[in-house]
Design a protein around this ligand. Sequence first.
Ligand code: HEM
Length: 198
Amino acid sequence: VAWNSLSSRFVEMNPRLFTFTGGDSGLWTVTYFQPVVGEPLPEIKRIDITSGISVASSKGPKWTLRGIVSNERYVTRIEKDQLVAKQAAPGRSGSTHAGLIPIRKNAAWWALTQDERRAIFEERSHHVQAGLKYLPNVARRLHHCRDLGDNEPFDFITFFDFCSSDASAFEDLVAELRATEEWKFVDREIDIRLVRQD
Ligand code: HEM
């Protein structure tokens, strides 16, 4: 068996791999779609999110993004325990609203060392402490893209879901994070908001 077919079978079976297809079909309907910084993405009407296997929709998506759920890089034990105690997984009934925010960080960020990035991420930007206040109402899943290939358009696909009454609180959190030092390193970001039927 060719290595190619072995490796593609491996990727298809990885439950931590998520595929986001933007087009005319999918569970999620786009309610807001705006580039925040950097190159835009073609605007689409609907998004489908699949795990484990990437299938192109028969209607032909306009774009496909991929990301992998991975281990944490920066959190301390104390922070991890705080997160685990409060957080919920996406996909709850009632979580009919979502934010999908693809993000890329610049070369200066990636040239830093782990301890330098941690200092910016938490000691100076308070990313986890800010986010903790919104748990469990906002559920999140972080997907890493950087190691999937050399030409991935984003470093992270971030996904959050919540009920309609938490939609404005979610915008407060996004605004708070965008004002931090961490976000000075973001050079591509797209704001996508979604709704689905319960
Ligand atoms: C809902 C509350 C939130 C919490 C509790 C939270 C918490 C976290 C945690 C624990 C990490 C992983 C740190 C690690 O690797 O050790 C992380 C990473 C990240 N989060 Fe959040 N976050 C929240 C909201 C957000 C929002 C709203 C955005 C986007 C606007 C965002 C964007 C990111 C990005 C891009 C990363 C990857 C950072 C990197 O590795 O350089 N987060 N977040």
